[in-house]
Design a protein around this ligand. Structure first.
Ligand code: WQD
Length: 344
């Protein structure tokens, strides 16, 4: 078992990963400034975890850009921190276009501050939350990790730069680093007690659909039906957040077993892209709830399709996503239905 720092651990993917890591017996420190998350998520995680987990979850409210906050986090547990999972960051594409300096500060500046703190505390293992949007607007599928990465917006640029910064520390310091490129994480823990809780009107498709189903929003806007895809609407590789959480635990175990310098970059997806209209239909069928929608013009910045090759993760980690789109729809609704206003 290890003593791990989880930055951004109260967020959507972070909270689901905490649950898997607690159940694996690890001792965790969560560093979160709750800018885009709620401390209630941590209470819910403990509600779901094994009874002894409360003593293995330390909370440090702070900012990943702050050396002082990071030092508090690294000295919180009894045993020294031997690894980090770095979720903390900003992740809205449009916001990154409107406010690029915020993204360079939080996503790259935060990763740099974390790496410096890891150096101060003798920690050389990190799992980094990256994104499939580093592939820009590809036209060859499925996407493999060696394909070109022409990031087309500040969000993706900052994530790619952080990947490169951490890779340089493998070369110069012998670190063990895994950059995980998420495709489209959706759904929730089947209990419905933790889930995605976006602030304001959701940018992303899935929480928008669940809020229409909950009656918080009137109808879904489908951004474009004239893409070169099966039915004209955008295609994405949706992956259940519990599959993603389990992939992080497997990645940590893999890195902890490595003796020397290690650098891996892995797509986390299912390998099967679905269109917007296919997701709407799957949600309606899984939950018996109609989702009214209107078709609008394409959204600026959207690409026609993203679809992962999941083969590297299967080969390196022996891991594959296994939950179905139906489970994503059912579990996502279980969360929204029992938490119509999220954690508020
Ligand atoms: C999916 C599809 C839209 C909303 C986002 C983030 C990215 C990454 C993954 C973190 C597209 C369509 C959407 C709506 C719609 N997150 N859509 N109506 O843009 O692929 O990526 O999640 O790494 O940072 O940007 O996800 O859910 O916004 O869009 O028709 O109200 O749904 O056009 O085809 P996206 P999304």
């Amino acid at each position: 078992m290890a003593s791990l720092l989880i930055t951004g651990g109260a967020g959507f993917i972070g909270s689901h990963t905490l649950l898997v890591l607690l159940d694996a017996g690890h001792e965790l420190v969560v560093l979160d400034n709750f800018a885009n998350s709620s401390p209630i998520a941590l209470d819910r995680v403990l509600e779901l975890a094994s009874l002894d987990a409360a003593g293995r979850l330390h909370r440090v409210e702070g900012d990943v850009r702050s050396a002082a906050d990071l030092d508090r986090a690294f000295t919180a547990p009894a045993a020294p921190i031997t690894g980090v999972v770095h979720f903390a960051g900003r992740k809205a594409v449009r916001e990154s276009v409107e406010n690029p300096l915020l993204y360079w500060d939080v996503n790259l500046g935060g990763t740099r501050a974390l790496a410096e703190a890891m150096g101060r505390h003798g920690c050389d293992l990190v799992v980094f939350s990256s994104t499939a949007t580093v592939y820009g607007e590809p036209d060859v599928f499925p996407l493999t990790e060696s394909m070109p990465t022409p990031p087309v917006h500040p969000y993706a640029q900052t994530k790619l730069a952080a990947e490169q910064m951490l890779a340089a520390l493998v070369q110069s310091q012998g670190w063990r680093v895994a950059s995980l490129r998420y495709f489209n994480p959706v759904g929730a823990h089947p209990s419905g007690r933790i889930g995605e809780d976006p602030t304001g009107i959701p940018n992303n498709l899935f929480p928008y659909i669940t809020q229409v189903a909950a009656g918080r929003l009137e109808l879904l806007r489908v951004f474009g039906d004239d893409y070169p895809t099966r039915d004209g609407s955008g295609e994405r590789d949706y992956i259940h957040v519990m599959d993603l959480a389990e992939a992080h635990a497997v990645t940590l175990d893999h890195l902890l077993q490595q003796q020397g310098p290690t650098q891996i970059t892995l797509n986390l997806g299912t390998g099967e892209a679905r269109s917007v209209l296919e997701v709407v239909q799957a949600f309606e069928q899984a939950n018996g709830i109609p989702i009214p929608y209107e078709v609008l013009p394409r959204r600026a910045g959207d690409v026609p399709k993203l679809e992962a090759s999941p083969e590297s993760a299967a080969q390196v980690l022996g891991w594959r996503a296994r939950r179905t789109l139906e489970e994503m729809c059912r579990d996502g609704w279980a969360w929204q239905h029992s938490n119509p206003n999220g954690y508020r």
